[in-house]
Write a protein that binds this ligand. Structure first.
Ligand code: AMP
Length: 424
């Protein structure tokens, strides 16, 4: 499925291509046609699933070619819980609309309200705001009677932050006929109540389905230099007291090398790959299951057909050559009733492979660093140049910089709480 097939217009197709988006994500595939068909939407989608483009692209399409005149009416309002998220959405929309004459403004607390009012006076099409500051503007006379699109992004979080009152005050001031798009990462009674108030015959989109293979698994990628991967692995196993961990390598050679390294570190480990006999593999597997060995190093092919599932941890010491194998690997974690954890150790070469995997699984894997194992920036630059020269990798057009915590598609292993932001 391509963005063209979703019925998007050329200025948008051009912009998303420049941003490096090749294929629509699940939520985009489902939401874009519905928004274009004028439906209200109730979507459960986590941050990182591409939900911003899912609502912004069809809205921009509908608002296209608005003339930049003074006193132009505001036609879309997007409310989000935090200043940071509002700014991100604003930047995303600037990127998507770069070939269109659409103006947007971000209205968040902590900024001078009069400056914001002056910008509004020049005429804008889209307002992205935190609920508190938006209500302030409305109470000061901001005209929202021509709004065609009302988006509540991360509605569950807005409600948790106590913004129900602001939303309830704003809502009746919107014109009777408008389209509302509600996005929430989780479904709760509060969200249901809000949806009843603001949505009319909505289409339901659920992308963060529980129990699908990868959604229940906590996934994270740790950025590390190639030469320090074994050290980081040993550190993780030791510091987090992993009792049973399956470690995947891409090749037999690296499986052997890692096995030797881990043994040197005094870890009880086993190895299975294509050069080991079936009897040997089964023996190793039994020892692993019994707990005699706690680290099992394996290649993809050797691990196929072996009954090794429901593990608490899977570590991708190297990413698989084939993106689909990632799903098989991480699918081995997760005990009944408990989430599993899949950790990928990413060096600079794999930073690019990970995108293909993310495309296949339809979500972003949060990238973090472990203190003391931060990639050396000088090595990174040098290697990156070499790598780029050798590969056909095309540099994607610079995307808006995002803070790592905001990248989380799924629960990161170290559940870093989002920064609690001052209510706006
Ligand atoms: P969001 O869930 O909207 O915060 O998006 C998360 C990240 O995914 C952002 O960095 C987007 O730029 C990126 N993104 C969104 N849609 C796509 C796509 N179709 N292809 C590649 N990247 C995307």
């Amino acid at each position: 499925m391509s963005f063209e097939k979703l019925g998007l217009i050329k200025p948008l197709l051009g912009a998303i291509k420049e941003l490096g988006y090749e294929h629509p994500t699940v939520i985009q595939k489902r939401a874009i046609p519905l928004v274009l068909a004028k439906s209200d939407i109730f979507a459960t989608a986590q941050t990182g699933t591409g939900k911003t483009a899912a609502f912004a692209l069809p809205i921009l399409q509908k608002l296209r070619n608005t003339e930049a005149t003074e006193n132009r009416a505001i036609r879309a309002v997007i409310l989000s819980p935090t200043r940071e998220l509002s700014i991100q959405i604003f930047e995303d929309i600037k990127g998507f609309s770069k070939h269109m004459s659409i103006d947007c403004v971000v209205l968040v607390g902590g900024k001078d309200i009069e400056t914001q009012q002056r910008t509004l006076k020049k005429g804008v099409d889209i307002v992205i705001a935190t609920p508190g500051r938006f209500l302030e503007h409305v109470e000061k006379g901001l005209d929202i009677s021509h709004v065609e699109f009302f988006v509540l992004d991360e509605a569950d979080r807005m409600l948790d932050m106590g913004f129900a009152k602001e939303i309830r005050k704003v809502h009746p001031l919107l014109p009777k006929r408008h389209q509302t798009l509600l996005f929430a990462a989780t479904y709760s009674e509060k969200v249901r109540k809000l949806s009843k108030l603001v949505l009319t015959k909505p289409a339901f989109i659920e992308t963060s389905k529980k129990n699908s293979t990868v959604d229940t698994i906590n996934q994270v990628a740790y950025m590390v230099d190639t030469a320090r991967k074994a050290e980081l692995l040993a550190y993780l196993i030791g510091s987090r007291n992993f009792k049973q961990v399956l470690v995947f390598t891409r090749t037999k050679v690296s499986a052997d090398a890692l096995f030797i390294e881990l043994q040197k570190d005094g870890l009880k480990c086993g190895i299975i790959h294509g050069d080991k006999t079936q009897a040997n593999r089964l023996k190793t597997l039994t020892q692993f299951k019994e707990g005699t060995i706690k680290v099992l190093v394996a290649t993809d092919i050797a691990s196929r057909g072996l009954d090794i599932e429901h593990l608490p941890y899977v570590i991708n010491y190297e990413l698989p050559a084939v993106a689909e194998d990632y799903v098989h690997r991480v699918g081995r974690t997760g005990r009944a009733g408990r989430d599993g954890e899949a950790i990928s150790l990413l060096d600079i070469y794999e930073k690019f492979d990970v995108r293909e995997i993310e495309r296949v699984i339809g979500m972003k894997i949060p990238q973090e660093t472990i203190p003391g194992f931060e990639p050396d920036p000088t090595i990174r630059r040098k290697d990156e140049e070499e790598f780029k020269a050798k590969s056909e990798y095309k540099k994607p057009v610079e995307k808006h910089k995002r803070k790592p915590a905001k990248k989380a598609f799924v629960k990161p292993v170290s559940k870093k709480k989002r920064k609690t932001t001052k209510r706006d």
